[in-house]
Design a protein. Structure first.
Length: 514
C-alpha cells in the first residue's frame, strides 16, 4: 500500500457520510451512517493487516504543505494504530445503539457522530502540531451537540460544563505549541519528539499541555464534568466518550508530554502519582455509594484512567505497555457497560439501581454479558482488564512500591462496587414487576455485544496481538525517558539507589530473557 493515502480516505469516508446524512430522511441517514462506519472499519482492518511490525516507526505517511507553518501531514506508529482500531471498531456499535432510541433530528445526530469519527482518527493520525490541535479541539463540537440536543433533562448544564472544562486547558496548550514551534522551527511532531528543549522551558510547556490532557483524561480533581456528561448523554454518546474521547488525554501524554519534555515529566511524576492515587481511592469510594448506574460507571472510568497515568509515569516499558492495554480495555469494557445500561434503560426508562433486581431470570443473555463485562472491569484473569492492570502495577512497583500498594487498594474497591452493582441489578429477588417483564436481548443488541465480548476475551487470553504493534514504539519512548528516569524506593539495593543506567541495562536484559 506504499503511496496509497489510506489515512486520508479513512478521514473522508465518515465526513462524506456526515454530509449525506444531512440531505436524506431518518431511515436513509441511519443506513448511510452504518455503511460509512462499517467501511471505515474495513479500512481499519486493511490498515492493521498492512502495518509492518518491526518496520519503520512511522508508516502510511502523507504530507502536503498547505501554507507556511501548516501541513496536511498524516502517519501512524503502533500506538496510533491501536487507538484508530479502537475508534473504527466502536463506531458501528454506536450507530447500532442509536438505531431505535434516537427519534428526533436523526440526520443531524448521525452526521455529528460521523464528524466525530473523522476528528478522532485525525487526532491519532496527525503528524503536524497545528493539525493535531485542530482535530483535538474540534472533537469537542459534535460531542457538545450530542449531549446538548439529544441528552437528558439537565443536558444544557452538562454540555456547557463539558465544553468549558475542556476548552480552558486547550488555550494554554495552544500557547505552548506556538512557543515550541518558535524554538524548534518546525511543526513536525516526530521531529519535535526528538528535539531537546531546555529543561527550564520544559517545565512551563509541560504544565500547559498538562492543563489540557488532565481535563481530557480526566484526572482528579478536574473530573467533575465527566459524571454529568455521561448521565445526560444518550447511550451511544456515553459509549464513544468513555471508549475513545477519554483516551485522547492518555495519547497526549504518550505523544507529547513524555517524549518532548522528559525532564519535566520526571520532575512532575510525584504530582501525577499523588493525583492518581487520590483518584483511584476517592472515586472508587464515591462509585460505591451511587444509585445511578451510569454515574457509577462514570466514576469507575476516572479510577481506571488513574491507573493509566500511574503506569505512564512509571518511566519503564512495562508501565507504558500496561497503560496502553488499560486504555484499550477500558475503551471496550466501559463502552460495553454503557451499552448494557442503554439496553435496560430503553425498556424501563430509568437508571436507578433499585428499580431492577433479579433480571437474570427473564434476561439470561443480558445477565451473562453484563457479568462478563463486570469481571473484565475488575480485572479477572482471562479478560482484557487483567493484562493491562497487571502490567501497569508491575511497572509502577519498579518505581514506587507505595504507589503500587495504594493503586492495588483501588482495584480491590473496584471489585467491590462492580460486583455490588451486578448483584443488585441481575440477581436477587424480583421486586419490580415491570423489570421482571423486560424481554431479553434482541438480534441487534446481540450484534453489538458479541464482538466486544470476543475482543475482551481475545485480549485477555492472547494479548500479544495487541502488544506486538506497539512494542517497538514503547521501547523507543522508554529509551528517550531513560536519561530522566527518577529513582524510586523499589530500586534501593543494599542501602543505596541503583543508578538509572544500570537499571535500564537490567530491565533490557530481563526483557530480552523474557
Amino acid at each position: 500500500m506504499n503511496g496509497f493515502p489510506i489515512l486520508t480516505l479513512m478521514l473522508l469516508v465518515p465526513l462524506v457520510g456526515a454530509v449525506a446524512c444531512l440531505l436524506v430522511d431518518a431511515t436513509a441517514a441511519r443506513r448511510i451512517a452504518l455503511a460509512a462506519t462499517l467501511l471505515d472499519f474495513v479500512l481499519g482492518v486493511v490498515l492493521w493487516a498492512n502495518f509492518d511490525i518491526g518496520g519503520a516507526q512511522w508508516q502510511f505517511t502523507e504530507r502536503v504543505d498547505l501554507f507556511a507553518g501548516f501541513s496536511w501531514a498524516l502517519g501512524i506508529d503502533g500506538i496510533a494504530l491501536l487507538l484508530i482500531a479502537l475508534t473504527v471498531f466502536l463506531m458501528p456499535v454506536c450507530i447500532g445503539a442509536s438505531w431505535t432510541s434516537i427519534e428526533k433530528r436523526v440526520g443531524e445526530y448521525m452526521a455529528a457522530f460521523l464528524l466525530m469519527e473523522t476528528l478522532m482518527i485525525g487526532v491519532f493520525a496527525a503528524q503536524d502540531l497545528y493539525l493535531f490541535y485542530i482535530m483535538f479541539e474540534a472533537g469537542l463540537i459534535p460531542m457538545y451537540l450530542i449531549i446538548g440536543i439529544w441528552g437528558g433533562q439537565d443536558r444544557i448544564y452538562a454540555s456547557y460544563k463539558f465544553f468549558l472544562y475542556t476548552l480552558l486547558g486547550s488555550v494554554l496548550m495552544l500557547i505552548a505549541m506556538m512557543r515550541m514551534v518558535n524554538e524548534a522551527g518546525t511543526t513536525d511532531i516526530p521531529t519535535l519528539m526528538a528535539y531537546d528543549f531546555d529543561p527550564k522551558v520544559q517545565t512551563w510547556l509541560w504544565l500547559a499541555f498538562f492543563a489540557s490532557f488532565a481535563v481530557k483524561m480526566p484526572m482528579w480533581p478536574v473530573h467533575t464534568w465527566l459524571p454529568d456528561a455521561h448521565v445526560q448523554a444518550p447511550t451511544a454518546g456515553s459509549v464513544i466518550l468513555a471508549g475513545v474521547l477519554l483516551k485522547m488525554g492518555g495519547y497526549g501524554f504518550i505523544r507529547f508530554s513524555l517524549p518532548m519534555f522528559p525532564e519535566a515529566s520526571a520532575q512532575f511524576a510525584p504530582l501525577i502519582w499523588g493525583l492518581s492515587m487520590a483518584a483511584v481511592v476517592i472515586t472508587s469510594l464515591i462509585a460505591l455509594v451511587q444509585h445511578d448506574i451510569k454515574k457509577l460507571i462514570a466514576y469507575s472510568s476516572v479510577a481506571h484512567m488513574a491507573i493509566v497515568t500511574i503506569g505512564l509515569f512509571a518511566f519503564n516499558a512495562q508501565g507504558l505497555e500496561g497503560s496502553m492495554i488499560v486504555m484499550l480495555s477500558h475503551g471496550l469494557v466501559a463502552g460495553a457497560l454503557f451499552l448494557c445500561v442503554g439496553v435496560i434503560y430503553d425498556r424501563l426508562h430509568t437508571r436507578e439501581i433499585d428499580r431492577y433486581g433479579g433480571i437474570a431470570i427473564n434476561m439470561p443473555k443480558y445477565a451473562l454479558f453484563f457479568l462478563l463485562f463486570t469481571m473484565a472491569s475488575i480485572g479477572l484473569p482471562g479478560t482484557s482488564g487483567f493484562v493491562g492492570e497487571f502490567l501497569s502495577l508491575a511497572g509502577i512497583y519498579q518505581a514506587s512500591s507505595w504507589v503500587a500498594l495504594v493503586s492495588t487498594t483501588g482495584i480491590i474497591l473496584g471489585a467491590a462496587y462492580m460486583l455490588y452493582l451486578d448483584r443488585r441489578v441481575a440477581f436477587g429477588e424480583q421486586k419490580n414487576a415491570d423489570a421482571a417483564a423486560m424481554p431479553d436481548l434482541g438480534l441487534r443488541e446481540l450484534a453489538m455485544m458479541v464482538p466486544i465480548a470476543a475482543v475482551v476475551l481475545w485480549m485477555g487470553i492472547y494479548p500479544e496481538t495487541f502488544l506486538a504493534p506497539m512494542r517497538q514504539d514503547i521501547a523507543a519512548l522508554d529509551a528517550r525517558l531513560a536519561r530522566a528516569r527518577p529513582e524510586g524506593d523499589a530500586r534501593l539495593k543494599a542501602g543505596k539507589a541503583q543508578p538509572a543506567a544500570e537499571h535500564s541495562a537490567t530491565a533490557a536484559a530481563h526483557e530480552g530473557a523474557h
